[in-house]
Design a protein around this ligand. Structure first.
Ligand code: TYM
Length: 330
């Protein structure tokens, strides 16, 4: 571990991990892991904010661990762990609940969206409190940088507010973290609706490319992706679907969007989709194969998570202890 600067990020083990999670988050974690001390969490307590089948949750937790490793996250260099195995997360959440305000949580758009879908009356209290748990995740490790997709920006802003407020009320305790949101891949949209983000909880499998989809399925989904009117391959406001495909292309290849536009000058949407299907299918194949191999050995995965939890607890304990002391506990 190198600079002493810390990175923290996490993914919920619910639904199928998809290309948005990869391009918006995991891929960036892998690329920058050498530069930081890294904590990559599987946020199972967050997943519980909506009903989960216990057996499925356990299986998905291992699946996320396998995908982290398969993507190239090195468990020597990075602490990979399950949130629920580090009870400090839940305890700091309570302390931060006492400085978070009802009004600011009410303004979180993700809560409003999710609650609206199922009805606010029946939304769990935990769903409302979800951003405070996320703040606790980050602040426990005094993370400087939090690499996430665009949809987490508001939660990061709240985390910064809570850190500053706590520090102001009780004395310097937490590092105020910065979001790390890249230009490419930070907001991958649904393949069948470029106005909606690609989402794990979507009921329509054609809307997302799962990281464990077979190559042929990936090609088919890209082939069927919605396009816009016209025929020119250009990332412009009037072409949200093509813009999304170009963004995915750029994220998967590391090329810039203008470079890709140039490559398709004089060609049509069909050419773009055919090549993109190949790029994504080929790009994800090693990840898929490696993840499936790792899933064959659950004991090994569990061992890595146990080891990670121990290292995470060691890092979290002193931060929680100083927050408790500053608030007058213990
Ligand atoms: P989650 O599990 O919904 O998503 C995990 C990561 O993937 C990013 N992401 C996307 N990026 C680009 N395009 C998309 N369509 C897309 N969909 C998802 C998310 O921005 C995220 O980076 N609350 C978080 C998990 C969390 C967390 C944390 C993250 C809990 N504690 C602490 C960072 C730090 C969530 O639900 O992400």
């Amino acid at each position: 571990m190198q600079s002493g600067r810390r990175v923290f990020s996490g993914i919920q083990p619910s639904g199928n991990l998809h290309l948005g999670n990869y391009l918006g988050a995991i891929n960036n974690w892998v690329r920058q892991q050498e530069e930081y001390d890294n904590f990559f969490c599987i946020v199972d307590l967050h997943a519980l904010t909506v009903p989960q089948d216990p057996k499925e949750l356990r299986a998905k937790t291992r699946e996320v661990a396998a995908l982290y490793l398969a993507a190239g996250i090195d468990p020597e260099r990075c602490v990979i762990f399950r949130q629920s195995q580090v009870p400090e997360h839940a305890e700091l959440t309570w302390l931060l609940n006492c400085v978070a305000r009802f009004g600011e949580l009410s303004r979180m758009t993700q809560f409003k969206d999710k609650a609206q879908r199922g009805g606010t009356e029946t939304a769990s209290v935990a769903l409302f409190d979800y951003p405070v748990l996320m703040a606790a995740d980050i602040l426990l490790y005094n993370a400087h940088s939090v690499p996430v997709g665009e949809d987490q920006r508001q939660h990061l802003e709240l985390t910064r507010t809570l850190a500053r407020r706590f520090n102001h009320l009780y004395g310097e305790t937490f590092v105020v973290p910065e979001p790390m949101i890249l230009e490419t891949g930070a907001r991958v949209m649904a393949l069948d609706d470029p106005e909606a983000k690609m989402s794990k909880s979507s009921p329509s499998p054609g809307s997302y490319i799962a990281l464990l989809d077979e190559p042929e399925t990936v090609r088919r989904k890209v082939r069927r992706a919605k396009t816009d009117s016209g025929s020119e391959v250009k990332a412009i406001l009037e072409k949200p679907a093509i813009t999304n495909l170009l963004d995915i292309y750029a994220g998967m290849t590391g090329r810039s969007v203008p470079e890709i536009e140039e490559r398709y000058a004089g060609k049509g949407y069909g050419d773009l989709k055919k090549d993109l299907g190949e790029v994504v299918a080929e790009g994800l194949l090693p990840l898929r194969e490696r993840a499936l191999e790792l899933l064959d050995d659950p004991a090994e995965l569990d061992g890595i998570l146990e080891d990670g939890a121990e290292r995470a607890r060691a890092a979290a304990r002193p931060t929680l202890a100083s927050a408790r002391t500053r608030m007058g506990l213990g």
